[in-house]
Ligand binder design. Structure first.
Ligand code: FAD
Length: 441
């Protein structure tokens, strides 16, 4: 357990800009039973508990509460079972996401969800945020791979949910309640994960455009052609410029949009789909296309997207990464609205994201010490969120509500559904000790 100022400072914030709070202490349990003991003790004394994985969250979910305990679960890092006959893996919550897929790969298996933070984030954090990634279009998000879990409840009791059975409809699907619950309903200590056979082949392509509309049209046309690629990601002009400056991969910096496309599966199907996707990109106005010759070149092309956040983060002292999501048909409208909003408020916003999922990451490059600029950021953020809701979108596609989005949740849900969310919280955490202040105002 850490208690001194110097020791707890690194646990006072997560990946979200401008949010900090010193906790009372930080504890590092190693087993479900130790988590249970901590929670029982905290419940006895009425002390709030904030669960933390690697702290890479982008909505303030693991920012501590004053006088609260932080349960940091990174030492719960054991893969407990890889059952290749049933295509499942059981892991403690602190295992790093990439290690899950690396372990699966040794058996020719595949764990598809690949958040940009996969080299650092924990599987428990991924489940608690229902994280997505670059392969979401074809393979879905974390929820689609959770078959079961062990959860420590608000009173310290230990519940086991779900099973290895492919079909299991016994009772309510309680595990689903905890997926995306952001540490507000219970502490997920172990996860039972579904694995897939590893795809035998993959092709990676880039297409460069003089207009964002043309890139969006390409995405619609690919889907209309009944191709479901595993990845359809885009970068806007500012992001391409920052990536090139950072990674020097030879991208032209005068393009309005870059599309990263990937298809995987049987080699014959991959070759056919890749050729058709490049053709569709050209028909829809791509000024240049590239297909990687091999895996290594594919990884190099994908670097453009994988480095987008880090490249943008170098430009100004503070980076605020947004996560709005709209129906795919509204993507071009939304991207234009973001660019207009940036100009109106004289702000720097680079936009990239999961074009195939309608999930955009407008990234504010700003300075939290400049009060005037931060007011403009706040105004622009509010306008972007309002527009998203008016287009039938959602305030968060993958980063969660946490502290950052809680002001907008009632508006998106409406009174009746918001009330339902609060009833669930009140019934599972009646004393409000699990991650208080998050999700709800
Ligand atoms: C560079 C970068 C790229 C990113 N890319 C993506 C992306 O592509 N897709 C995406 O979805 N997200 C992305 N993220 C956001 C973030 O990595 C994810 O939300 C991730 O799942 C958080 O995992 P973590 O272990 O860091 O959790 P933390 O940040 O520590 O916690 C996140 C939330 O989960 C709760 N929590 C953590 N562990 C548990 C547990 N065991 N039981 C119950 N509650 C728990 C916490 O209380 C908090 O509310 C990115 C972040 C960064 C910094």
């Amino acid at each position: 357990m850490l208690t001194s100022d110097e020791d707890v400072i690194p646990y006072s914030f997560d990946g979200t800009a401008a949010l900090k709070q010193r906790p009372l202490c930080v504890t590092f349990p190693r087993t479900t039973e130790e988590v249970s003991a901590c929670v029982k003790l905290a419940a006895q004394h009425g002390v709030p508990v904030v669960t933390r994985g690697s702290g890479t969250g982008l909505s303030g979910g693991s920012v501590p509460i004053a006088n609260g305990v932080v349960l940091c679960l990174v030492k719960m890092d054991r893969i407990m079972e890889l059952d290749a006959r049933n295509l499942v893996m059981r892991a403690q919550c602190g295992v790093v996401t990439k290690e899950i897929d690396d372990a699966a790969a040794q058996y020719g298996l595949f764990y598809p969800p690949d958040p940009g933070s996969m080299k650092i984030s924990t599987i428990g954090g991924n489940v608690a945020e229902n994280s997505g990634g670059l392969r979401g279009l074809k393979y879905g998000v974390t929820r689609d791979y959770v078959m079961g879990m062990t959860v420590v409840l608000a009173d310290g009791e230990i519940a086991t949910l779900g099973s290895k059975c492919v079909k299991d409809v016994a009772g309510y699907s309680l595990k689903d309640l905890f997926i995306g619950s952001e540490g507000t309903l219970g502490i997920i200590t172990e996860v039972l994960i579904k694995l897939l056979p590893r795809p035998a082949a993959r092709k990676t392509m880039l297409a460069l455009y003089d207009s964002m509309e043309a890139a969006a049209q390409t995405v619609s046309a690919i889907i209309a052609a009944k191709i479901i690629p595993c990845t359809l990601e885009f970068l806007d002009r500012m992001t391409v410029g920052c990536v090139e400056d950072y990674a020097r991969i030879g991208l032209p910096t005068d393009v309005e949009a870059l599309l990263l496309m990937e298809t995987d599966g049987h080699p014959a199907a991959v070759a056919d789909e890749a050729a058709r996707m490049l053709e569709i990109a050209k028909q829809n106005g791509a000024r240049e296309t590239k297909m990687a010759g091999d895996e290594a070149e594919g990884a190099r092309l994908a670097t453009a997207r994988r480095n987008a956040f880090s490249a943008l983060a170098r430009v100004r002292p503070t980076t605020i990464l947004e996560d709005v999501t709209v129906p795919r048909s509204e993507l071009a409208t939304m991207v234009k609205f973001i660019a207009d909003t940036a100009a109106k408020h004289q702000l720097l916003i680079g936009t990239f994201g999961h074009m195939g999922d309608g999930n955009l990451h407008p990234t504010f490059l700003t300075n939290e010490k400049d009060a005037d600029e931060m007011h403009r950021v706040e105004a622009a953020l509010g306008e972007i969120v309002e527009k998203t809701i008016s287009l039938g979108g959602t305030v968060t596609g993958e980063h969660g509500v946490g502290l950052a989005k809680k002001a907008f949740l009632r508006q998106q849900f409406g009174d009746a559904s918001y009330g339902l969310l609060k009833k669930v919280k009140a019934s599972l955490d009646p004393n409000g000790l699990l991650n208080p202040g998050k999700i709800f105002e």
